[in-house]
Design a protein around this ligand. Structure first.
Ligand code: SAM
Length: 226
């Protein structure tokens, strides 16, 4: 059944039909393990890059895993924020190491458009649990290195914040976002190394949280990839 937490199968209106010609078999006649025989037979209309057509999902995730970027994304989820799905989709697009949901475990997956299947997602019931994780994670996302926790870069427009446009984002970091309405909680702000605002010019107090997340992730990409 299709529900908000259980979206429809990963189908789009585009894609490719059944594999044409000889199947990709090795010299012993065994199918290359990156390929999914069901997709080869039926075609592949999933929301994936053409490069991944007919690939098994676990093979796609394994390919992403060797190239993931060093930034993580975290979002507070005390009110089942509808932005989380969209943030997960953007985190997948920009190849975040992991997405962290702080607060309620359940979140509305509709906006993720099934990208959550390709993105590592970790749940932390409280900000404290999240902090315990950042302190047990080294700069490369592995074990704690030289006792240095993964820096938390809070993204919100609160008094005393700095401008993201003028800030050198660390290569290994967690970009932490608040919810629509309340924004970041006090414990989350207190835990951050810095709070960064995205400079606005109009009359509204803030932009949508998932729009802010997309801008912040792209800022990291502009500083560390290009
Ligand atoms: C709608 S905002 C809520 C609170 C906001 N501090 C206010 O004064 O209205 C929800 C979340 O979106 C992000 N956000 C929205 N606009 C932002 C901006 N201009 N700069 C940085 N983050 C922003 C932050 O992560 C924030 O916690």
């Amino acid at each position: 059944m299709t529900t908000a937490d259980n979206p429809s199968p990963e189908q789009t209106t585009w894609g490719v039909g059944p594999w044409q010609g000889e199947w990709p078999l090795d010299a012993d006649g065994v199918l290359d393990p990156i390929y999914d025989p069901e997709l080869l037979t039926a075609g592949d209309t999933r929301n994936v890059l053409d490069k991944y057509r007919y690939w098994r999902m676990d093979a796609i995730v394994a390919d992403l895993d060797v190239r993931r970027h060093k930034f993580h994304v975290a979002i507070e989820n005390w009110q089942h924020d509808l932005n989380i799905g969209s943030i997960v989709r953007t985190a997948n697009a920009f190849l975040a190491a992991e997405v962290h949901i702080i607060g309620h475990k359940r979140w509305n997956r509709r906006g993720a458009m099934v990208t959550d299947r390709y993105q590592h997602i970790r749940h932390h019931p409280t900000v404290e649990d999240f902090l315990t994780w950042t302190k047990s994670t080294g700069p490369d996302g592995g074990a704690l290195a030289n006792g240095k926790p993964l820096p938390i870069i809070a993204i919100d427009n609160v008094p005393g914040c700095s401008k993201i446009e003028e800030y050198e984002l660390p290569e290994s970091c967690v970009l932490l976002f608040g919810q629509e309405g309340p924004g970041l909680s006090e414990p989350a702000i207190d835990a951050a190394e810095v709070v960064l605002e995205i400079t606005q010019f109009g009359s509204t107090r803030s932009i949508n949280a998932s729009a802010a997340a997309a801008i912040a992730m792209h800022s990291w990409v502009m500083q560390h990839v290009f």
